[in-house]
Design a protein around this ligand. Structure first.
Ligand code: ADP
Length: 397
C-alpha cells in the first residue's frame, strides 16, 4: 500500500490531495493560498476535520514543506517514506507531451520553456515540481498535461487560417485545455452507457469558471473549444471566449484601456465573460440569483453563456456527424440544473430531451428521457484521481 499526492500548483496557490493507492481512497486534501504574499492560508481537510493556519509562505518550496509537515503533524502519515508517488498537473505541454511523463531535469526544463504558452501557469507548475524533487527526490514523480488528450486532434482542427510561418516559427496552433477532465468524463460516460468508448461519439462540456467543450470520437479528442490559450471558445466566468479579433485593434485605437499587450490580456481574461456582461459577478450562483430578481444584465450574461455553449455543441454535432451523448461536468455543469435545462431545451431538433425530474441539483448519470436519441449525462469530474492513477501507471511500468 502506498500513498500518492496529486498536486495542482497555481501562481499563488497549491491544491493537493493525498490518496491511498491502489484503493483510490482520499486520505486528506488541502489548499495553500496566497503563496508569496503576507498571511498565506493553509487548509487541511481529513477525517471530517478542517484545520487552517495562517502564516507567511514565501514560495512553492516552502508551501510543499508546510504541506508535508502538516501531514505528519495531523498523524495522516507517520513518516515521509509512506509517500511513494507524486503527480503534478501541468497546464501547457505543447506539441511535445502527447502523454504523461516521468520527471527528469530535462523534462522540467521543457515545462519551463513551454511557459511561453502558459505564462501564468507553467512557471508555477515547474516550481511545485522542483519543490517536491528537492524534498522527496526518490519517489515516482509524474507530470500530467492538460493538453495531452488533445494532441490527437487532426491538423485541420488545430491549425488556424493564419500565414503558416506563425505555426512553424511561433507554434501558434490550437492546444486546448482541461484534457484530463474531458478524457475522464468520456470514459466514465462510456461505462454508464454500457458501451465500449471505441463505439461512441461524445460531446463533453467542462463548464466551470473556465469552460471548454470537446468532440470525442472513439475515445479521442478530435476538436476542442479552447484554442492557442484557455481564452478561446465559449464564454467563461471572466474570459470572453471567441470574439472577432478585429475588436482588439479597434479598441487599441479608440480607447485608453488597450495600450499594452498586458492591458489587452487583462480585459479579455479577467474583466469579461459573465463578470463583464453582468457588471456584477463571475460566479454563476450570483448570476442565477440576480436573474431571479429580474436583473437585465445578469439575464443577458446567462443568455449569452448558454448561447455560446449551444453553438459549440452544434458545431461538434457537425464535426462528429452526430453524437451519442452530451456530458456535463465541472462546477456549473455538475451543479446548475438551470444552465443544463437552458442549453438542452434549444437542441431538441437534434434529438436531445432532458427529463425534468432527473435534472436536479446533485444529479449524476443519465438525465435525458428514455426516448431521447442523444443521451445527456452529468458526470462529476475528478482530475486529482486521474493524476494519482497516472502515477500508479508509471510505477507499474
Ligand atoms: P474552476 O474553473 O475554478 O475549477 P469550478 O469547476 O469550481 O471552476 O466551477 C466554478 C463555477 O461553478 C462558479 O461559476 C460557480 O458559481 C459554479 N457553481 C458551483 N455550484 C453551483 C450551483 N449550485 N449552482 C450554479 N452554479 C454553481
Amino acid at each position: 500500500m502506498s500513498k500518492t499526492i496529486s498536486i495542482n500548483a497555481g501562481s499563488s496557490s497549491l491544491k493537493w490531495q493525498l490518496y491511498l493507492m491502489p484503493q483510490e481512497q482520499v486520505l486528506a486534501k488541502g489548499l495553500i493560498e496566497r503563496i508569496g504574499l503576507k498571511d498565506s492560508i493553509s487548509t487541511v481537510k481529513f477525517d471530517g476535520r478542517s484545520e487552517q493556519q495562517i502564516l507567511d509562505i514565501t514560495d512553492h518550496t516552502q508551501a510543499v514543506r508546510i504541506l508535508l509537515d502538516d501531514l505528519k503533524r495531523f498523524d495522516i502519515i507517520q513518516s515521509y517514506d509512506e509517500i511513494t508517488g507524486v503527480g503534478h498537473r501541468v497546464v501547457a505541454g505543447g506539441e511535445h507531451f502527447k502523454d504523461s511523463a516521468l520527471v527528469t531535469e530535462e523534462v522540467i526544463q521543457q515545462v519551463e520553456e513551454l511557459s511561453l504558452l502558459a505564462p501564468l501557469h507553467n512557471p508555477a507548475n515547474a516550481a511545485g515540481i522542483r519543490a517536491f524533487r528537492e524534498i522527496l527526490p526518490d519517489i515516482t514523480s509524474v507530470l500530467v498535461f492538460d493538453t495531452s488528450f488533445h494532441t490527437s486532434m487532426p491538423e485541420k482542427a488545430y491549425r488556424y487560417p493564419l500565414p503558416s510561418k506563425y505555426y512553424t516559427e511561433n507554434k501558434v496552433r490550437k492546444y486546448g485545455a482541461h484534457g484530463t477532465s474531458h478524457e475522464y468524463v468520456a470514459q466514465e460516460a462510456a461505462k454508464v452507457l454500457g458501451k465500449p468508448i471505441e463505439e461512441l461519439k461524445l460531446i463533453t462540456c467542462h463548464i466551470g469558471n473556465g469552460a471548454s467543450i470537446t468532440a470525442v470520437d472513439k475515445g479521442l479528442s478530435v476538436d476542442t473549444s479552447m484554442g492557442f490559450t484557455p481564452l478561446g471558445g465559449v464564454m467563461m466566468g471572466t474570459r470572453t471566449g471567441d470574439i472577432d479579433p478585429a475588436i482588439i485593434p479597434y479598441l487599441m485605437l479608440h480607447t485608453d484601456d488597450f495600450s499594452s499587450p498586458e492591458d489587452i490580456s487583462h480585459v479579455l481574461n479577467r474583466e469579461s465573460g459573465l463578470k463583464g456582461v453582468s457588471g456584477n459577478s463571475s460566479d454563476m450562483r450570483d448570476i442565477e440569483s440576480a436573474m431571479e430578481a429580474g436583473d437585465h444584465d445578469a439575464t443577458l450574461a446567462f443568455d449569452i453563456f448558454v448561447d455560446r455553449i449551444q453553438k459549440y455543441i452544434g458545431q461538434y454535432f457537425a464535426v462528429l456527424n452526430g453524437a451519442d451523448a452530451i456530458i456535463f461536468t465541472a462546477g456549473i455543469g455538475e451543479n446548475s440544473d438551470l444552465v443544463r435545462e437552458a442549453v438542452i431545451s434549444g437542441l431538441s431538433w437534434f434529438g436531445c430531451d432532458i427529463e425534468p425530474a432527473k435534472n436536479v441539483r446533485g444529479a449524476e448519470g443519465v438525465i435525458s428521457t428514455p426516448e431521447a436519441k442523444v443521451k445527456v449525462l452529468v458526470i462529476p469530474t475528478d482530475e486529482e484521481l486521474v493524476i494519482a492513477r497516472e502515477v500508479e501507471r508509471f510505477k507499474n511500468q
